[in-house]
Write a protein that binds this ligand. Structure first.
Ligand SMILES: Nc1ncnc2c1ncn2[C@@H]1O[C@H](COP(=O)(O)OP(=O)(O)OP(=O)(O)O)[C@@H](O)[C@H]1O
Ligand SMILES: [Mg+2]
Length: 251
């Protein structure tokens, strides 16, 4: 479904992605793990087209700070030069890191905004699904998103992405800053979303909490692929274990 080949993203003074290749098959849940600055966000943003957008915005101002090279194929089609909005239409939807929501808008308005490219009837069906998936949101419908807890905001952010009807859902550190109980909720949601036939590529710093839901994972360091394999294979790898299953996340 997704084929990334020899992807390179170079910001003025940083090589964020260095010849990275990975693939995601239809129906899979695939993890991308790496420490701070490893390139996780750059990878997801580049697949979603945001890096392309940033590059072109800067080009218009005369800047040449960002270089992107390599191939990104979605459903067999090369999409490297496709605008972000067009990628959403094709079914590539990104849920960005740190649950960005429209703080002054209600939960319901946020969800509706997520589906701005879809038909009203589709939005309605997906909103019902989101409320079933995250029952607390049904109760908080009319509340301003900015008033919600971090965990609830993450539910809204995931909900907005779902209302956009993803075929491939890109999730950037959905567990970041959440309590263990809330992390479990998000992991449960990932399982439910997959059951709907949505393919998922998710980035996290630590692998352990998501190992139960992923089919395969890739570990990246400084924009370079270090190792890939099934969840069990990653767990068995001593280096990966030390770096990404360390004491910190086993609380
Ligand atoms: N817009 C940008 N301009 C310049 N450099 C950037 C930009 N975005 C990211 N970088 C650099 O690219 C590298 C990869 O950053 P990225 O945000 O992709 O990593 P990450 O794995 O998502 O990290 P984190 O865990 O902190 O979210 C870093 O060295 C970062 O400083
Ligand atoms: Mg990031």
């Amino acid at each position: 479904m997704l084929e990334v080949k020899n992807l390179i993203v170079f910001y003025e003074n940083a090589l964020a992605l260095n010849d990275l290749s990975l693939s995601v098959q239809p129906g899979e849940v695939v993890g991308v793990f790496g420490s701070n600055s490893a390139g996780k966000t750059t990878l997801l943003n580049t697949i979603a087209g945001l890096t392309w957008h940033l590059k072109h915005r800067e080009l218009r101002k005369g800047g040449q700070r960002i270089t992107i090279a390599g191939e990104i194929k979605f459903a067999g089609e090369e999409i490297s030069a496709v605008k972000p909005a067009e990628r959403v239409k094709k079914g590539i939807v990104l849920c960005r890191e740190r649950h960005p929501v429209f703080r002054d808008n209600s939960v319901e308005e946020n969800l509706r905004l997520g589906g701005y490219m879809r038909k009203g009837s589709e939005i309605k069906v997906m909103m019902e699904f989101v409320y079933e998936l995250f029952p607390p949101l049904a109760r908080l419908k009319r509340k301003k998103a900015g008033m919600l807890s971090g965990g609830e905001q993450e539910m809204v952010a995931i909900g907005m992405a779902l209302v956009a009807r993803p075929k491939l859902l890109l999730m950037d550190e959905p567990l970041l800053g959440l309590s263990p109980a809330m992390q479990k909720e998000v992991v449960r949601a990932v399982r439910e979303i997959r059951k709907q036939g949505v393919t998922i590529l998710l980035a996290e710093q630590y692998a352990r909490p998501v190992i139960p839901v992923i089919d395969r994972g890739y570990v990246i360091e400084n924009g370079t692929l270090v190792v890939s394999g099934t969840g069990a294979e990653l767990l068995d790898n001593p280096e990966v274990r030390a770096a990404y299953f360390g004491i910190e996340e086993s609380r």
